[in-house]
Design a protein around this ligand. Sequence first.
Ligand code: SF4
Length: 657
Amino acid sequence: MNKGFFGKVLWVDLSTETFREQNIPETSYRSYLGGYGLGCELIYRNMPVHTSPFEEDSILGFFPGLLTGTAAPLTGRFMVVGKSPLTNTWGDANAGGTFGPAIKKCGYDGILIEGKSNSPKIILIKQSERQILDGTDYWGKDIVLTEKLLKEKFGTSVRIASIGKAGENLSKISGITNDHGRIAARAGLGAIMGSKKLKSLILDGNRKVNISDKSKFMGHVKKYNKNAVPKDPGLTMKYILYQLPNMAKMLRKLNIGMSGPSNIIRSVYRHLGTIAGNTISAENGDTPIKNWKGIGMYDFPFEKSIKLSSTNIITYKVRDYGCFSCPIQCGAILKVPELGIEETHQPEYETCAAFGPFLLNDDLLSIIKINDLCNRAAIDTISTGVTIGFAIECYENGILTKKDTDGLELTWGNADAIVSLTKKIINREGFGDLLADGCKIASEKIGNGSEKYAITSLGSEIPMHNPRVIESLAFSYAYDPTPGRHTTASIDFFDIGNMNTFIKELKFPFGWKWSAKRKQKAQRKVTAIHQVISCLGLCLFSSQFGNYPLLGLINSLTGWNVSIEELITTGIRIQTLRQAFNIREGVKIHTNELSGRIIGDPPDTKGPNKGVTIEYKKFYELFCQEIGWNPENGYPLIKTLSNLDLDYVINDLYELI
Ligand code: SF4
């Protein structure tokens, strides 16, 4: 009997309306750790080369992590995987909540959707029942109403992942939403679901993962949770937490970022969530301002950014919530009487930044409203905000006029116009249709010099963290197989969480910050461990919460005896396979270049990033050498592929040269 996994995935073919179970050998689980690593292997092996994301052969996978569905702390997350319609590269998008564990409860380690339907469909997997049903009644409805109607029909215990209006409209910046607003947002994977005419995936099961050594496993869980559950911080600490935004100017002057002891960081996440960074990051140069051409302290000064502070947002909080099996619970539900909203998710930092400082918008209520609209429509808030920033700059420079914008006065900080345009993008209405596939595609249609205002990496809008503050983000923005992402491995970004404390066995080279060679060795480990974290279903924030019993949990769950070295090899294997996927698709990611605005070329002449220009190309070359890829073209070397047991990839890559 399998221990730690079910040993099978479910394939659903929407063209033939059939289901098929595939048994997966244990060697695959050990090689790819289950989760999205397994998804990567299955899509690589089964999707024909050069399949367009909207073609019948395109595969969309839903993969909980190896630890998802168990009591292992912070592991309730899942990945949606496929070929990104936005960038035509490998695409993945992560979400939390309860949907990932629900896949496991149905007795599967992953669900893969292939084929296409001609009319709206929903898929129901309930205990041993599997059905493809007519979804016409739900098509066109927002995800909150869709979930309500589906729960009324199929019972309150079902867990649901759906597309909203954006995915139905094949918007290449659309995502997939579960739990009323937890969204696997990036890479435009919602549009694949829309192209297949699949509205919702509905799950209800009661299977449990077999645990090899339950007592050891639960020992690790209890020990971690004993320390991890944030205690009531007391009045003084609460006062400091709520005063954090007011310290933004001082923190900037002292050049202090958002790191700190893990017990304090856990409290910050519990009480404030990611919005703790709102005002501080606008002030210290991390948040991009005015489509990457502004400087926070001058263009969006403290008097404006403080209006978007965590302290102001949590006045609307009615309760905390979080993902399955998470002791931190960093999310919150808001009630906003001014907007007539009874219940909505607290916006995350990325959303507040993309619709706030990025657009010079200091109207907090407009941002909460937009967050609610985007969640209901299941559209990526980073991409939508950045695309609106692009449109505003085109308008500012006369490339677009009121005639083009359906009469909208598209100026910086015009909250009403930003809300209206968001609705138009969601509905592909008028001018919104032009922007609904992100700013790169819009600029190709608009032409007239607009391309320079479309700040993307291979079409993916860049998130709300500035490489001039977190240096190696430029490298991951440019060169990760899912380009333009802050959640991929960047040694400087992960250092926020102090990786040596997180997983003691990793043992980073001493003084890595001050030696290019050591930094590359550290980057290799971070790249690998990031893949491992994603495969396990572990929340990326976990790296900030102190020591995590990674090896203990994996080994007591599965009965394996994996070492940190084996995990690092596994992580490199998955990253190499993602790279190979892109090369096989003809993506020349090694020639990718970032806009000068992102890397500070030319550098700012004032402000917190004054004089800073980021070098990222050489960093990538050194990384390629470290990881066993050819630094000239990013191809994994044949011996690297062989050493990683990726021999099946060799012919695909080397036929091309
Ligand atoms: S820290 Fe937040 S995002 Fe991470 S698992 Fe917990 S609730 Fe989910």
